[in-house]
Design a protein around this ligand. Sequence first.
Ligand SMILES: [Zn+2]
Length: 229
Amino acid sequence: MKLINNVLSLFYPRLCAACGDALQQNETCLCLDCMLHLPETQFHKSHFNPLREIFDGRVPVEEVTALMSYKKANHVQKILHHLKYKGEKEIGSVLGEYLGGQLITEQRYQDIQFILPIPLHPKKKRKRGYNQSEWIAKGLSKGMGIPYLTDVLLRTRFTDTQTQKSRFARWQNVKEVFSLQNTEKIAYSHVLVCDDVLTTGATTEAAIRKLREIEGVRVSVATLAATTL
Ligand SMILES: [Zn+2]
């Protein structure tokens, strides 16, 4: 198997999703150098942080964090591009596990019982072949030692690409896109909603609002990256 891998990598070298260098055998998705130099926010270490402020006055939330800060043309942009558009879903589980390992060392994250990925609309998921947030959830689940659920929070309506819209337009657009089922599974629990990137927080806010319709649910948020820093 190792020989086959070696031969294959001669013809199809696996490349680091951030810097583009060839990966060593023991490296997955990102080279060691890039892993060591991720622009980490460390926001999970403080309850009051700039990401939490996004939700101030909008919706009650427990903890909010992102692994990395996203800036145009930095490695994070490349990493997320590979995760979303190049089929490299494993990046989600690698970085999710890395983040999960950090979260679980913080007391404020230790009573979280379930991880819920932000769902993609089924149409979009079929087109892409996977939901990147589900792969992040998979990694977080491994890193934190708790299950992730994909059958509670669902997407109901197709939304157009949101990049060109104002915050208000985005909010209008996502207001009713989530629905719930199997709500008894997470009643009276603390759940962690995860996604690839946090920008205006509109989508996340809509998901939190929906989840808070369930009796006794408290919601925290963790993403791989955040732009509003
Ligand atoms: Zn690299």
